[in-house]
Design a protein around this ligand. Structure first.
Ligand code: BG6
Length: 468
């Protein structure tokens, strides 16, 4: 049976705004995550009125020791977390950082080190300071590059001896679909022009490349990657028009990885810019900065999608943050996300063929409405089946020759969902007694999948049940 490589980084992935809570403690400022009572498509309520789920989330801020001990019990080699920008620079434009915020992450990384868990840290996971949205216009404003650079330099320097793996912007390609949380442009203030959106994206590209450069200068041993939402697009039919449409939609993701991995804008985007009257305002240094390419490509993977040139069939499929056409061959999760383990092998091969850089799967998992049975247990066999099937495909890709650094499943402990802002959409190996109506004791309970994942890690994948 094929094996996962020695040193494979098994673990889980979290984001500060979905677990920490303590949204106004320790000197923290408000971020875009704190003003969305009903998830990313709901109203933006700024300043917040009353309490929202994310304000306390699962109280990881106070309970991280207990949670890390549970991750260590599963044998985690790696934990992906993010640093909330607003804990370090509450408004985003201060001259000096908030020491209390830095101290929190110091303690978190120290505790991880105690357990031998390697941190993989996202600089920006939908956590932009609200002040920068309101006063600067988010990433549309070039000045935000410098403010982000200050934040990045601060944390690279402070955690130089504690963090060896970094990611710049979470799912950076979702700037095309979720502008408020990604690039800090309010969707409730009228139409967002393509010109404005792509200019903001350009600023993020420069900030990301600049972070890569700084990271390498500050700690030459550290590795830094980009992060995209990987949703492979299949043509709905073999009609060449559908094939071209699928290629076009795939490029909406590849564009972002291309700039990060190749260090310049790809040829195909120029026609798109021309036809849509988009002119990117670039400064002289930008092209030079962009040449600082990432060490690896990371991505989230939950689903694939279909594309068609037939406008009538182009109906929405309620799939993640993207509007994609349903694949008739695939089942869906309770939230309508289409489950496609083979698509993960396909994606790994596609990216590796294109970039020949190491890949890291930094999110994958099943959101489900878990229930506690009469014995107080959570029998989440559906989650075990989902993860098992995906990991079998990762192993196939490794056998295909793809260099895969690791796998961090999304939400190893239940957390607040991003798209819908719910608690009942649970991903964890660990259940958290916390509910949509803000009730709950925050008690942690191991699910059946906890024991399963522990065995998978312990055996370096050999207990997976894969079709031979
Ligand atoms: C990714 C995000 O889009 O998907 C995470 O990086 C998010 O923040 C995850 O939680 C799952 O999405 P959701 O909406 O089910 O929480």
């Amino acid at each position: 049976m094929n094996q996962f490589p020695q040193g494979f980084l098994w673990g889980g992935a979290l984001a500060a705004n979905q677990v920490e809570g303590a949204y106004n403690k320790g000197g923290k400022g408000l971020s875009v995550a704190d003003v969305l009572p009903n998830g990313i498509w709901g109203p933006i309520v700024y300043p917040p009125q009353g309490e929202y789920l994310k304000h306390q989330a699962i109280d990881f801020y106070h309970r991280y020791k207990e949670d890390l001990a549970l991750f260590a019990e599963m044998g985690f080699k790696c934990l992906r977390v993010s640093i909330a920008w607003t804990r370090i620079f509450p408004n985003g434009n201060e001259e000096s950082p908030n020491e209390e915020g830095l101290a929190f992450y110091d303690a978190l990384f120290d505790e991880m080190a105690e357990h031998g868990i390697e941190p993989l840290v996202t600089l920006s996971h939908y956590e932009m300071p609200m002040f920068l949205v309101e006063e600067y216009g988010g990433w549309t404003n070039r000045e935000v590059i410098g403010l982000f650079e200050r934040f990045a330099e601060t944390v690279f320097t402070r955690f130089k001896n504690k963090v060896s793996y970094w990611l710049t912007f979470n799912e950076i390609n979702l700037a095309l679909h979720a502008p408020f949380i990604s690039i800090g442009i309010r969707h409730d203030k009228g139409e967002i022009l393509q010109q404005v959106r792509y200019q903001a994206i350009h600023h993020q590209f420069v900030a990301s490349a600049s972070a890569v450069k700084m990271c390498h200068e500050i700690n030459p041993d550290a590795k830094i990657g980009c992060m995209v939402a990987g949703v492979p697009m299949y043509p709905l039919t073999p009609d060449p028009s559908d094939v071209l449409e699928a290629q076009k939609q795939e490029r909406e993701t590849l564009f972002f990885a291309d700039v990060h991995a190749r260090g310049h804008y790809p040829a195909y985007i120029k026609r798109f810019f021309k036809e849509n009257n988009i002119t990117i305002d670039m400064e002289e240094r930008d092209e030079e900065i962009l040449k600082h390419t990432v060490d690896f490509i990371s991505f989230s993977y939950y689903m694939s999608g279909c594309a068609t040139a037939n406008e009538e069939l182009n109906v929405q499929s309620n799939a993640n943050i993207l509007n994609i056409v349903k694949n008739p061959y695939l089942p869906s999760s309770e939230w309508g996300w289409q489950i496609d383990p083979k698509g993960l092998r396909y994606t790994l091969n596609m990216y590796y063929d294109r970039y020949e850089k190491p890949l890291f799967i930094v999110e994958n998992g099943l959101g489900a409405n878990d229930v506690i049975n009469e014995n107080g247990e959570i029998e989440d066999d559906y989650r075990i089946d989902y993860l098992n099937a995906h990991l079998c495909q990762v192993r196939e890709a490794i056998e295909d020759g793809v260099e895969v650094m690791g796998y961090t499943s999304w939400g190893p402990i239940d957390l607040v969902s991003q798209s819908t802002g719910e608690m009942k959409k649970r991903y964890g190996f660990i259940y958290v007694d916390r509910h949509d109506d803000l009730s709950g004791t925050f008690k942690r309970i191991k699910k059946k999948s906890f024991h399963w994942y522990k065995q998978v890690i312990q055996s370096n994948g050999s207990t997976l049940k894969c079709e031979e």
